[in-house]
Design a protein. Structure first.
Length: 358
């Protein structure tokens, strides 16, 4: 047990310990596993508190700060494994209304967007926003409403336009789940532990699980227009999803309306298990942060670009992170151009089960 605790405190930059990752298969008790994962999360949070430069807008390497936005039922702790792998960036992972430390508050999209905007202001006024599932949709709304604050946007598992008969079924499933929140909470925790590595699953549940907000979430997302938000937003956007994720069905359609859009597909991954590799997500976030830092304009310039984005229409094609970086740098220098390339919604998403959708 002592060796395991020592291993957990090796530091966020250390290579994953195969002995720790396999501890559940070698008979360690549930109490030992819980203690190790808990202490590991505490250590990561301490490291995160001291990462970056206090009071500044950027970290030591000059990159923009990052605001991470969690999925439904969860809290900001779900991002701990990724944040620990981005030690040079100042970051924040606030709890949305009705989640984590704010359980009991009524969820609203307006309140969620305000939470993200406040977190950005606390970090200096400009930040990259990274959101998973519900957090991705909140990020899209924040980018559409506050382009002066959102320097870049990364969404994961949030590329299905919430419209049509199947979304009606999705709303029904979430409304039903909201009638039995404690049972859904237990089912969700079991699903996380079954589908994800122990440390990732522990981070997902460390801030608690609460399904009571699910009906409000489904209702609020029905009023979101991601196509309109992304069309109006002038900054760089990365739309990521597993190839098997039903909430990635409209990746290409949404990329087409982005002014500077890039699609990232993870082969063979679904909605939840794309979180099983924090290194891969951290690499995407680091690339996005560096690119957005290089391309970002002042808040006033970004607001002007947002106003003209709907008037000027050109088609922008991107074919990968490196190509996107070059295009975005070009766009930043010329400070011109905007684009939409259609508003099709693509295939309708399948209604996911509440236990598999963060």
């Amino acid at each position: 047990m002592a060796l395991k605790i020592a291993a957990a405190f090796r530091g966020p930059d250390a290579e994953p310990d195969p002995d720790l990752s396999g501890r559940a298969d070698r008979g360690f008790s549930g109490a030992s596993v819980s203690m190790v994962t808990y202490l590991s999360i505490v250590q990561r949070n301490v490291a995160l508190c001291f990462a970056g430069t206090v009071g500044g807008m950027t970290g030591p390497n000059g990159t923009l700060p990052i605001v991470f936005v969690h999925g439904s039922r969860l809290s900001g702790t779900m991002w701990d494994p990724v944040r620990a792998r981005c030690p040079s960036c100042r970051s924040s992972a606030p709890d949305l209304p009705g989640h984590g430390a704010r359980r009991g508050e009524a969820f609203s999209l307006d309140g969620a967007v305000a939470t993200v905007a406040d977190a950005i202001r606390q970090l200096g006024g400009r930040a990259l926003v990274v959101g998973m599932s519900l957090g991705g949709y909140v990020g899209i709304a924040a980018a559409g409403r506050h382009p002066d604050l959102v320097a870049g946007l990364v969404t994961i598992g949030a590329a299905a336009v919430p419209r049509g008969p199947l979304y009606t079924a999705y709303r029904w499933a979430f409304s039903t789940a909201g009638r039995f929140p404690r049972a859904v909470d237990r089912l969700s925790g079991w699903g996380f532990r079954r589908s994800l590595p122990p440390a990732v699953a522990a981070a997902m549940t460390a801030g608690g699980i609460d399904s009571a907000a699910l009906p409000a979430i489904a209702t609020q997302l029905a009023g979101l227009d991601p196509v309109g938000c992304l069309r109006a937003y002038p900054g760089p956007v990365w739309l990521a999803a597993g190839s098997r994720d039903p909430l990635g069905r409209d990746l290409d359609a949404l990329r087409a309306v982005c002014r500077r859009g890039t699609v990232v597909r993870w082969p063979g991954r679904g909605h939840l298990d794309c979180l099983s590799d924090p290194d891969r997500i951290a690499a995407l976030v680091a690339t996005a942060a560096e690119t957005a830092t290089a391309a970002t304009a002042t808040p006033a310039e970004t607001s002007t670009a947002a106003e003209t984005a709907a008037e000027t229409e050109t088609e922008t094609e991107t074919a990968g992170l490196s190509d996107a970086a070059a295009e975005i740098a070009d766009a930043a220098e010329t400070a011109t151009g905007a684009g939409t390339a259609g508003t099709g919604t693509g295939a309708e998403p399948l209604p996911p089960t509440p236990s598999s959708v963060p």
